[in-house]
Design a protein around this ligand. Sequence first.
Ligand SMILES: C[S@@+](CC[C@H](N)C(=O)[O-])C[C@H]1O[C@@H](n2cnc3c(N)ncnc32)[C@H](O)[C@@H]1O
Length: 296
Amino acid sequence: MVRPYGIKVNKRKERQERYDKEEDEEEEQPKLEKKQKPEKSVKKAKRESTSKAEEDNEDNEEKETSEEAADDLDVGIPIVLSDNKKEKPGVIFVLEKASLEVAKVGKTYQLLNSDDHANFLKKNNRNPADYRPDITHQALLMILDSPVNKAGRLKAVYVRTEQGVLFEVKPHVRIPRTYKRFAGIILQLLQKLSITAVGRREKLLRVIKNPVTLYLPANSMKIGFSHSSEKLVNMQKHLATVCNDSDTVFVLGAMAHGKIDCDYIEDFVAISGYPLSAAYCISRICEALSTNWNIL
Ligand SMILES: C[S@@+](CC[C@H](N)C(=O)[O-])C[C@H]1O[C@@H](n2cnc3c(N)ncnc32)[C@H](O)[C@@H]1O
């Protein structure tokens, strides 16, 4: 399945170059370690995250598998160094109901998505609308690219999949910008339960124990977002009332349809009269935060 570390040295170098080209203005990046031992407490996450769908006589849907894309990630997931770490109040994002499900398609495990696995999903009586890992990808890019993160005010990001697998994304990780590479890294994460930066021993992404409230500061305000909330607010003005002394948690759905329904949310707001994408919503939240904290 996954090749042992160190076999494709030249190929990796080539790929590192291509990867870096996309990421022009950033610093040189450390590499990723390939293999981590699953934490015992979350071992079952692997089973939960992998679809029970039987290996089907799958067609030629996949030209290049996510597993091959995961091999690309041998070259390393870069990190971004941000300003700060003075203890100013910060924000935590939680993405709920993320559609990130792994299944064996043909001979390989892949992260299911409605474009590449339409036939597979149809054969297994799945609704393609439920398979939208791109929503999580775009949402993560929007969070991690934000000036709020670069100014060091993003404390953590948590993602909980529709299957209930919870993982943490460190704010200084740089998520692959292309979908194929993103799919590779999520596949690797859900199978191996963590992804570590070489030389640092730090887990940049790791599957953790539920519930997410174990990791949220006790005194933080937890705000949920939904178009269907009756409380329509101007995000800018709303933030000024909640976000000045302690950390604030923003909870959004990373799915195409439905509403997030989490018992730890204290305030449910709509920030537009229109249904927005999760990524656009995050961008609006981050803009409001930047204005509030004078981050330019
Ligand atoms: C693609 S939407 C999911 C659609 C779902 N019908 C809804 O509005 O909850 C993804 C996420 O973006 C957020 N969202 C979308 N439109 C919003 C709005 N007008 N106000 C607040 N949050 C919104 C919600 O957190 C939602 O779960």
